[in-house]
Write a protein that binds this ligand. Structure first.
Ligand code: ZN
Length: 216
């Protein structure tokens, strides 16, 4: 058992750019220092959990954490994007999960090694439904939350991001050419925690349910 590959997905080419430590309260929770620049890492396209599939806790971790995050889908190629033009590079906003094998990540961090195995494994990126950004009055005031087994475990608002969406697009495009279909995970607020088999997770953005999944 485990994640079943979708043969059609082999032709998709996109990358997931994730921002770490973008909410002050989450930094305090993990005892991280407040950085002077965003923390950036990449998940491969194979990390996307296929739609309608359950998430299987990988055998190499005893401590997989959920991290609910607001997502931005890039709609055209760009590099060195000026912050004032960043809004032209996306039309859709979503919600997802940055699953993290926290035990493995801690080991890798201690050794000064890259996090990819802890963050980029198969199924580690849940991408929910997309909504047109025109649905929202102010992207810097979006409420979002994650429920685990009907209990709210994470609650955030994009007003509390240290780096806003347009700043993030400008920043990451200095290093990585952004392409149509790329997704930016904008960081998680406080409340990250462990998933267990049979948990049921539901993510909502401004009270609209954008994803739900079962943990196996
Ligand atoms: Zn994250």
């Amino acid at each position: 058992m485990g994640i079943v590959p979708n043969p059609n997905e082999s032709i998709s080419r996109m990358k997931i750019i994730c921002i770490g430590r973008n909410y002050v309260d989450h930094i305090a929770e993990l005892n991280n220092e407040k950085p002077s620049e965003p923390v950036v890492f990449i998940k491969p396209d194979s990390a996307v959990l296929p739609k309608e599939q359950d998430f299987y806790i990988p055998e190499f971790s005893q401590d997989v954490h959920y991290e609910v995050e607001v997502l931005v889908k890039i709609k055209k190629v760009g590099k060195h994007i000026d912050e004032q033009f960043a809004h032209k590079y996306y039309d859709e906003i979503g919600l997802g999960l940055d699953f993290t094998a926290r035990d493995l990540q801690t080991q890798l961090k201690e050794k000064g090694l890259p996090w990819e195995k802890a963050k980029g494994f198969d199924g580690a990126a849940v991408v929910g439904k997309w909504l047109p950004k025109t649905n929202f009055e102010d992207l810097n005031n979006l409420d979002f939350q994650l429920k685990k087994n009907d209990e709210v475990v994470q609650k955030g608002n994009t007003a509390h991001m240290m780096w806003k969406i347009d700043e993030l697009i400008s920043y990451v495009s200095r290093y990585f050419m952004l392409k149509k279909g790329d997704i930016i995970f904008t960081g998680t607020p406080a409340g990250v925690g462990k998933v267990n088999a049979n948990d049921y997770l539901v993510g909502t953005l401004n009270d609209k349910e954008l994803f739900s999944l079962k943990i196996k």
